[in-house]
Design a protein around this ligand. Structure first.
Ligand SMILES: [Mg+2]
Length: 392
C-alpha cells in the first residue's frame, strides 16, 4: 500500500513539475513578444490646424521618459504630422492594455493643458470624453497596435497622416500586400507567394470580414475601393503572422458631429517573408487622392513628406503623410529614419502640387468638395436645415 502511495506522490510531483515548466515556457514566450502601440491625437494646432507647437512635443517626451524610467514601457518616440501628436511606444503589456491607453490619455490631457495655456487652436479637440474609461478607443484618439515576437532583424515603418481619414491606407495596403506590379516579392519570393489575409472593417456596421489575396481579390477591391465605408484594419500572413495594423477610429462618427478629421496612423513590418522596405514605400510614389483637406470636406492629393515638411498650409493642406523607419531591437526603437526625406519622392510631391492646383479651381463644387453623404457629419447640415422651409 505504502509503495502505491509513494508512486502516486511521485507521479503528482512530475505532473507539478511539468505544469511549472509549461508555465515558465509560456511566460518566456510572452516575455519575447513586444507590442508596438502608435497612439495619436490632435490636442491643439499651431498656427490654426497647420502644425504642432514644440512645447507639446517636449511635454510628451518628458512624460514618456518618466514611464520608461519606471519600466512601464520599453522605449518610445514622439513625432507629429501637421497638428497631430503621435506617440510611438514599445512595451510588454500587449494590445488594448488599459495601463498603456491610460498613460497615453494622461499625456494627451497634459499636452492639452499646455495647448490651453498657449491658446493653441482647438486645444484638446480629439479628447471627446472628460475622463478615461478603460480603453482609449472610442474616446477620440487614434490607435494602431500590433504584438509579435522579434525576428532576427525587425524593420518596421510607422506612417502618420494629417488632413485625411483612415481609408487613406486602403490603396497602399492593397498595393503592398496584393499587387505584384508594386511588390515583386509576391511573385518571386516563395515565402510571400501564398499571399496575405486582409481584415476589413465596415465602419458603419462595426463588423469585420477577412478576405484572402489573391483568392478573393475582386471581393476585396469591391469593398476597399469605397474607402469612406470599408477600412483595412490589419493584414496578416496566411499563418496569422501580423504584417500591418491601422487606426480605424472615425472621430466624426464617434462624436456624431464634426470635430476634426480623424487623421490615421499605420504600422507595417518589413522584410524576411514580408514585403521589403522599398515595396512598402512604393505606393506613395504616386500622389493618390484622399478625403480630408480643408474642414475635412474635400478630395485632395496625398503628399509624402519629411517630418520637417509635415506642416500643411495651402488651403490647410494638401493632405500629408510621413513615414518613420525603425529597427526594433529587444523592444528598443533604433531610429527613426525619415523615409520620405528622399529626392525620389520629389515627383510625387510635384504631382501633388499640380493636382492641388487643378482641383482647387473647382472651389465649392464636387469633386473637390465631398459628396453630400460624406458631408453629413460636417457643419453643412446646419446650413441645409436653415433652407428647408424655403423649399416649396
Ligand atoms: Mg490633423
Amino acid at each position: 500500500m505504502s509503495t502505491i502511495l509513494l508512486l502516486l506522490r511521485r507521479i503528482d510531483r512530475w505532473r507539478f513539475l511539468i505544469i511549472i515548466r509549461g508555465a515558465e515556457y509560456h511566460k518566456e514566450e510572452i516575455m519575447n513578444e513586444i507590442t508596438i502601440s502608435v497612439i495619436k491625437a490632435d490636442v491643439g494646432g499651431y498656427v490654426g490646424h497647420s502644425s504642432m507647437h514644440p512645447n507639446l512635443i517636449t511635454k510628451a517626451i518628458q512624460s514618456l521618459e518618466k514611464q520608461k524610467d519606471k519600466g512601464t514601457i520599453v522605449d518610445f518616440h514622439v513625432t507629429h504630422c501637421g497638428d497631430d501628436l503621435d506617440l510611438i511606444i514599445t512595451h510588454k503589456l500587449g494590445e488594448d492594455s488599459g495601463d498603456i491607453h491610460k498613460m497615453a490619455w494622461d499625456i494627451f490631457v497634459e499636452c492639452t493643458n499646455v495647448a490651453k495655456e498657449l491658446k493653441l487652436y482647438g486645444a484638446g479637440q480629439d479628447l471627446l470624453s472628460d475622463a478615461f474609461s478603460g480603453n482609449i478607443k472610442g474616446m477620440g484618439p487614434g490607435v494602431a497596435e500590433m504584438t509579435f515576437e522579434e525576428r532576427k532583424s525587425e524593420p518596421v515603418i510607422i506612417f502618420a497622416a494629417d488632413k485625411t481619414s483612415p481609408g487613406s491606407w486602403n490603396m497602399p495596403l492593397y498595393k503592398v500586400f496584393a499587387d505584384p506590379f508594386n511588390t515583386i516579392g509576391l511573385v518571386i519570393d516563395p515565402s510571400m507567394h501564398e499571399g496575405f489575409t486582409f481584415e476589413v472593417l465596415d465602419i458603419f456596421e462595426n463588423k469585420t470580414v477577412k478576405l484572402n489575396a489573391p483568392e478573393d481579390l475582386y471581393d476585396l477591391l469591391c469593398l476597399i475601393g469605397a474607402s469612406e465605408h470599408y477600412i483595412i484594419k490589419n493584414v496578416c500572413k496566411k499563418d496569422g503572422t501580423i504584417a500591418a495594423a491601422t487606426s480605424t477610429q472615425k472621430v466624426n462618427l464617434i462624436a456624431g458631429r464634426y470635430v476634426g478629421k480623424d487623421d490615421p496612423v499605420m504600422i507595417i513590418r518589413c522584410q524576411s517573408g514580408l514585403p521589403a522596405v522599398g515595396e512598402v514605400l512604393e505606393p506613395f510614389s504616386m500622389s493618390y487622392m484622399v478625403t480630408g483637406w480643408m474642414r475635412g470636406s474635400h478630395w485632395g492629393p496625398f503628399m509624402p513628406v519629411s517630418v520637417e515638411d509635415a506642416h500643411p498650409t495651402r488651403f490647410d493642406g494638401p493632405p500629408r503623410v510621413i513615414a518613420l523607419g525603425f529597427q526594433v531591437t529587444n523592444g528598443t526603437l533604433i531610429g527613426p529614419r525619415d523615409m520620405f526625406a528622399d529626392p525620389s519622392y520629389d515627383l510625387a510631391r510635384q504631382q501633388a502640387n499640380e493636382i492641388a492646383n487643378y482641383i482647387r479651381r473647382h472651389g465649392p463644387f464636387e469633386p473637390q468638395r465631398l459628396p453630400l453623404s460624406d458631408m453629413e457629419y460636417t457643419t453643412l447640415p446646419h446650413v441645409l436645415n436653415k433652407l428647408k422651409d424655403k423649399f416649396k
